[in-house]
Design a protein around this ligand. Sequence first.
Ligand SMILES: Nc1ncnc2c1ncn2[C@@H]1O[C@H](COP(=O)(O)OP(=O)(O)OP(=O)(O)O)[C@@H](O)[C@H]1O
Length: 333
Amino acid sequence: MKDEHALLHVEGLSIDIDTGGASKKVVSDVSFTLEAGKTLCIVGESGCGKSLTALSILDLLPVAAKRRVKSLNFGNTALEQLGAHELASIRGARIAMIFQDPMTSLNPVFTVGTQLTDVLRRHKPVSRREAMERASYLLERVGIANPGIRLRQYPFELSGGLRQRVMIAMALMCGPELLIADEPTTALDVTVQAELLELLKDIQNEFKLGLIFISHDLGLVSKIADEVIVMYAGQIVESGRANDVLRNPLHPYTELLLRCVPRPGASVPKSALMSIAGSVPSLDAEILGCAFYDRCPVHDDACRQPLRQAGDGTHGYLCIKPGAMRRSVEAQP
Ligand SMILES: Nc1ncnc2c1ncn2[C@@H]1O[C@H](COP(=O)(O)OP(=O)(O)OP(=O)(O)O)[C@@H](O)[C@H]1O
C-alpha cells in the first residue's frame, strides 16, 4: 500500500534478462517503501537480484535487462514516467548511488577535485570556486585529512578506503535525499569496513538522507537497518522492521543467513561458522512453489504449492511454515 510520507515507494517491480534469445525473470514482483531519513537494507546471497533491483530505480539496468513496474514513486515524482532527460536531472542530484568498486564512479584520468566539482556544476549553477569549497568541506566531512592536497590527486594515488570516502563525498555533493549504496564496504578490510559504516550512519543522520544499503552480510545490516528486505532468487522472502526480521526471523533463509553471522564476543573461529549448503537456483531452473525448497532444512511436499506473501502488514514472509526452522532447532534435545 502506498504511504503518503514515503521517500520512495516501489510497487510490483519485475526484471527480465534476455539471455541470448530466452527471457528469464530475475526479479519478481518486488515492492517496498522507504521513509525519508531511514535506512532500508536489501540482503541476500550473490545473484538474488539485489543490485538489479537497486539499479532499476534510476533506470540504470544493463541493456539485456527489462524492467516492468506498477509504480516507482520518489516523493511526488513518478520515476517510471520520466524521460531520459528528466531522469538524468535526478540521478546524482536528488538520488545518488555508490558501488562496491569506487572506480565504477571515479574516472582514473581526472583529479578528485575535477570530478567532485563537475558533479555539482552539472546540476547546480555554482562557480568553480564555490564547487571546490563544497568539495573540500565534504572531503573533510568524510574523514579525509588535507583535502586541499587530495583534491589535486588522481584516484590511483588513493587507498581503497580513501577512494570509497571520496565516492561518498561525491554522492553528497548535490545534497541528495536518497543514497543507494550497493555493497559499499564489501571489498575493504574489516576495520575500514566498520569505519565506513559508522561514517555512513553519521552522514545519514546529519544530512537526513534516506539510505538503501545493499549487503549479503546480516551482521553489517543489523548495525544500520531500520527496515530489512531479504531477497532470494529474485523474490522478497521476508521483510519488515529490522528488529522484527533480525530477532524473530520467520523465513528459514533469513534464519540461516543469521547463523552465518559471527556474534560479537563469541569465541567461535570464523572458519567454524556455518554457511548455507547448496546454491541459489540458476536462471534456467524451473521453480515450483518455494524457490528455497532444495536448501531448506524444514521443507515438505506442501512447499511445492504456489506461494503468496503472508504476514501482518509490518512483518511479511513468503513461506507456508513461518518459524518452523527455529521450532525444529529448539525441539532438538
Ligand atoms: N548483465 C547481465 N546479463 C545477464 N545476467 C545478469 C546480468 N546482470 C545480472 N544478471 C543476473 O541476474 C541475477 C541477479 O543479479 P544481481 O546482480 O541483481 O544479484 P545480486 O543479488 O546483486 O548479486 P551480487 O551481490 O553478486 O551483485 C543473477 O542471476 C545475475 O547472474
